[in-house]
Each structure stands twice: as structure tokens, then as C-alpha cells.
Ligand binder design. Structure first.
Ligand SMILES: Cc1cc2nc3c(=O)[nH]c(=O)nc-3n(C[C@H](O)[C@H](O)[C@H](O)COP(=O)(O)OP(=O)(O)OC[C@H]3O[C@@H](n4cnc5c(N)ncnc54)[C@H](O)[C@@H]3O)c2cc1C
Length: 519
């Protein structure tokens, strides 16, 4: 991306104020999106890249909702295959390829996953997993993803399994299945990259603007920074508010389910770079994952529990989820996990479409694009992070039809996000690998902030990898408006509360000075 484009793709407090003013004074856009998660940001990008004028309003910050609490997997759709949902599985495999190879190679990586086999692993369960992985590999080929990027699944003997995951319990180990899927460095950063790419094409990305009432062509909204109420006009309003969508239009019924993860110190698990998939005892085709992350942590997930009551802004991880995850993971580890090794936890709500009966774990992961007959609002909901792009494409198609707009078909399948380059090109970027994994080809610019002002090259606290330069970059280019935006969405220091508290004084100071143009 050239320097000029970088400026256009920069989200700042000043830009937000200017663009909100223009809309509040009556300017009409083609498409107004409500919700700044992966779906809403994807819709904004799809519409802007078709040449439509676009605004997006987000009540809090980009990726404030579910999109930052995922398992960060770019799924090939194995789970859907298990449920016989071939179409959905195929869509996932194709979208995984788009992310890994075309739109976001910098934010994604192949992830090796070991499914260990013990003497007491039920033969049927193991055979089913092997068959699923083989079928998943056929979808990889269908999607055109080369085996050099996602190698074919294979069986490995016990010794190799222990080399891959040294912390595995050796007693009774018979070997395992080794497979490969995609993973994101960070889900929240994908959302920020989508929003910035859309902004580079002219979209107005307005955080801290809460939609209060939706009509097909108008949104009454509140600027959460000033408290002012504004009416924003559009040819078509698209509701992409995730689990909160149903509160904004009458025709959407959701049955959210809570998914919890724990953040562990990688050393306490004995994992290397290979993820560990642990079958939930007594359940077929349900796994708990231990997912190694860049930076020395492991995420342990995932629960799937129906939510009691309304979706609120923050979802706690109950002790029952913690116990369940630690217990299941410990069945295959040499050193059982305890509460002491838990450094943090996070939970998100799946925006599952309500269908009668069944557990939330069985509810459809399909998405829906629905037009409310009363208001004319188009809602896009459900699905998952991996398939955000097709969801966005279909939502914009519906918006174009509903409002009679003239627009070409979607081009996001071939549109690299801010910072993207081919995997080969990324290896030549002259910056620390950690930064390339977060910022892609923009990494040298982030590092350069520390060359100009040496204080910005320093870590936020001793032992922390994140530098002050990353905070300044978040304010100057990524739309961070306060310390929480930086701690919880631009960096993920917030996933370990101790780290967040250690970093907070420096981050608050840097954000404040950056907003005033002093850092
Ligand atoms: C625990 C868990 C793990 C998952 N793991 C994976 C995975 O590994 N891979 C995968 O592909 N998918 C995964 N998913 C699914 C995926 O995370 C979600 O489908 C996806 O993030 C939903 O994105 P969204 O943009 O629709 O919703 P959200 O991210 O929730 O975005 C909605 C946004 O709307 C905003 N909003 C709400 N009300 C208003 C209002 N009135 N005005 C303005 N803005 C408003 C919210 O603040 C929020 O930011 C997982 C889901 C969960 C819960």
C-alpha cells in the first residue's frame, strides 16, 4: 500500500469527528452498516469496494463483540462435514483459502493439530475423526489450497506425537492423527484490517456511535462521546449487530450460546507449536482444543452453553466452564492442569439462529440475510468468522436489490486487506517477525516509529513484547480512542489481566499524548 493509501486507510479521532458531522448534517450514504464486528466491517468493505458510499456505526469499538472472542481458527469446515453439511463445509474451505492466500496471508497461518489416540480411545471415534480429516482434505483440494501450505492429514506413531506435543501423557499413547487447518494471529486485528481497508476506499467508520432505532433508510443514533442524538440517512440500512441484532429489528430470532476459553502459560501445558485436540469423553465429534499462540500463551477452549437471558456487553466465564476445560484437557496431559496455571479467560456469544428444539451445540452455524418486511432493514447474522466475506457479499447483494442501487458484483475475493502481501513477499519484509504477523507489510513503518523516537521502541513493561510504538500506531492509524481500545482490541494484552494492568499506565499516557499529537 502506498503512503497516500495509508493515509486514506488511517482511522483517527479527528476523521471520526469530521465524518460524523457530515452525516449528522444530512449527507446520505448508499449503505449504512450497524455493527463493527467481522460481519459489519466485511459488509462495509464489500459495499465500498463496489463503489458505493458507506458508513458504519459501532456502539463501542471495532471488534468489541463476539469477533474478538473466537478460537481464532480459519476453519476448513470439519465440524460441518461431521453433521453432513457439505455445502457449508465447502464454503468454509473456499473462504479459508481466500484468507490464507489472497486477502490476509499476513494475519493467518497454517496450524498443525494433533488428535492423540490412547489405548482406551473408542475405535469408532478415532475412525470417524480419520474419515472426517480425509474428507476435509478433499475439500482443501477442491478449494485449491496447496498441500505445501496445508499438508495432508496423516497418522503419526506415539514417539512422533510426543515430539510434536512433549506435554502429552505417554502412558497408553498409541500415536495420533496430525492434520492442518488455518489460524488467525488475532481475530480483532482482522476486523481492524477490514475496517481500515474499507476506509481506504472511502467508507466512514464511526466507533462510539450507538444505533437506537433502525428504519430501512435511516438510523437514529447516539454519539457515545458527546451524548448527542443524530439521524443518519442512507439508501439502505444493514444490521450486522451480531447477538444484539434481534434487539434492533423484530424479524430476527437468535439463541445465543456462550463459548469460553482460558489463557494458559504455554510452559504449563508442555505444548510446542502444535495444537492439541482432545475428545470430550462420552461425546462423539466434540473436542476441546489447546491452541498455541504467538507470544507464549495457549488458549484452551471451547464450551458451548445456551445463554440465560439477554446478551449483555460483557460475558463472564463461570467456574463450571473453567473446571470442564481443565478437566477434559488434563485427560491427555502428563501434568494435569490446575487453576494456578490460568492467566486469563474470555467468553463470547455465538449469534446462532433460533431453530426449534436441540442443544445450542447442534444449532445451525449457517448465516442468514433477512429483510424485515415492516422496516425494510436488511439483517445479516449467524455464520462464523471464517465465512464473513460471503456473508457480507450476500448482504450487500440484498441491500443493492432492496434499495435499487446500481453496483457491480462483489470483488472482495481478490482484494488484499491493508498490510497484505503474498507469503513469499512477507518473508522479505524488513521488520521483526512478530510485527510482520500483526501488521504485514506495514510492519517496517511501525518499527520506524521507534527509530525516530527511541522511547517508542521500548516494551510497555519489562518482559512484554508489545512496544510503545504499537500504541502510537493504534491511535494514529487504527482508530483507537482510549487505553481500553489498545489493551483489548489493538493489542490483546487485555486477555491476561495482570499484563493489562502493568501496561495500563504507559498505554494511557501514550494514547492521551497521541490524541493530542504529542507522541
Ligand atoms: C467462543 C467462540 C469461538 C468462536 N470461534 C470461531 C473460530 O475459531 N472460527 C470462526 O470462523 N468462527 C468462530 N466463532 C464465530 C465468530 O466469532 C462469530 O460468528 C463472529 O465473530 C460474529 O461476528 P459479528 O460481526 O456478526 O458479531 P460481533 O462481532 O458481535 O459484532 C457485532 C457488533 O455490533 C455492535 N453493536 C451491537 N449493538 C449495536 C448498536 N445498537 N449500535 C451499533 N453497534 C452495535 C457490537 O458492539 C459488536 O461490535 C466463534 C464464536 C464464539 C462465540
Amino acid at each position: 500500500m502506498s503512503a497516500t493509501n495509508l493515509i486514506h486507510a488511517s482511522l483517527t479521532a479527528r476523521r471520526r469527528a469530521r465524518e460524523l458531522d457530515a452525516l449528522a448534517s444530512g449527507e446520505q450514504v448508499d449503505v449504512l452498516v450497524v455493527g463493527g464486528g467481522v460481519t459489519g466491517a466485511g459488509v462495509a468493505l464489500d459495499a465500498a469496494s463496489r463503489g458505493l458510499s458507506v458508513a458504519l456505526v459501532e456502539a463501542h469499538d471495532l471488534a468489541f463483540g463476539t469477533s474478538r472472542f473466537s478460537s481464532k481458527l480459519v476453519h476448513g469446515g470439519l465440524r460441518y462435514l461431521a453433521h453432513g453439511r457439505l455445502g457449508l463445509a465447502r464454503e468454509s474451505a473456499v473462504e479459508r483459502d481466500v484468507l490464507l492466500r489472497r486477502t490476509a496471508p499476513h494475519l493467518t497461518r497454517p496450524l498443525a493439530q494433533l488428535f492423540p489416540r490412547y489405548a482406551d480411545t473408542p475405535a469408532r471415534e478415532y475412525a470417524l475423526t480419520a474419515a472426517g480429516l480425509t474428507a476435509g482434505d478433499a475439500l482443501r483440494r477442491f478449494a485449491g489450497t496447496p498441500s505445501t501450505l496445508l499438508p495432508r492429514p496423516r497418522t503419526v506413531p506415539a514417539a512422533a506425537a510426543l515430539t510434536l506435543v512433549p506435554g502429552l501423557r505417554a502412558t497408553g499413547l498409541r500415536g495420533g492423527l496430525l492434520a492442518f487447518d488455518g489460524a488467525l494471529t488475532d481475530d480483532a486485528r482482522l476486523v481492524v484490517a477490514l475496517a481500515r481497508t474499507a476506509a481506504g476506499l472511502g467508507a466512514r467508520i464511526l466507533t462510539r456511535v450507538r444505533a437506537l432505532e433502525l428504519q430501512g433508510d435511516q438510523v437514529r443514533a447516539r454519539d457515545e462521546l458527546t451524548g448527542d442524538t443524530v439521524d443518519l440517512r442512507a439508501r439502505q440500512v444493514v444490521n450486522a449487530a451480531g447477538v444484539w441484532s434481534g434487539g434492533l429489528v423484530p424479524n430476527v430470532r437468535l439463541r445465543p450460546s456462550r463459548g469460553s476459553h482460558l489463557v494458559l502459560d504455554a510452559r504449563s501445558t508442555g505444548l510446542g507449536e502444535t495444537a492439541l485436540m482432545v475428545g470430550v469423553p462420552g461425546e462423539l465429534n466434540r473436542f476441546v482444543f489447546l491452541l498455541p499462540q504467538p507470544g507464549g500463551t495457549v488458549y484452551l477452549g471451547l464450551t458451548d452453553e445456551p445463554l440465560d437471558g439477554e446478551a449483555t456487553d460483557y460475558t463472564d466465564v463461570p467456574d463450571t466452564d473453567v473446571d470442564f476445560l481443565l478437566d477434559v484437557a488434563s485427560t491427555v496431559l502428563d501434568r494435569p492442569l490446575t487453576h494456578d496455571g490460568v492467566r486469563g479467560s474470555f467468553a463470547g456469544l455465538r449469534p446462532l439462529l433460533d431453530t426449534p428444539g436441540g442443544r445450542t451445540a447442534d444449532l445451525s452455524r449457517e448465516h442468514a440475510v433477512l429483510t424485515d418486511p415492516g422496516t425494510g432493514v436488511v439483517t445479516v447474522v449467524g455464520g462464523k468468522l471464517t465465512t464473513y466475506r460471503v456473508m457480507a457479499e450476500q448482504a450487500v447483494d440484498a441491500a443493492v436489490t432492496e434499495a435499487g442501487l446500481r453496483a457491480p458484483s462483489s470483488r472482495t475475493g481478490r482484494l488484499p486487506l491493508v498490510g497484505a502481501a503474498s507469503r513469499a513477499a512477507l518473508t522479505t519484509v524488513d521488520a521483526p517477525r512478530r510485527l510482520v504477523g500483526k501488521y504485514g507489510i506495514e510492519a517496517p513503518r511501525v518499527a520506524a516509529l521507534g527509530d525516530v523516537d527511541h522511547a517508542l521502541a521500548r516494551p510497555l513493561f519489562p518482559g512484554c513484547a508489545t512496544t510503545a510504538a504499537e500504541v502510537v500506531w493504534a491511535v494514529r492509524h487504527e482508530g483507537a480512542l482510549d487505553a481500553d481500545d489498545v489493551l483489548h482490541r489493538r493489542t490483546r494484552l487485555g486477555l491476561v489481566p495482570d499484563d493489562a494492568e502493568k501496561a495500563r499506565p504507559a498505554v494511557s499516557d501514550l494514547v492521551e499524548r497521541s490524541l493530542r499529537g504529542l507522541a
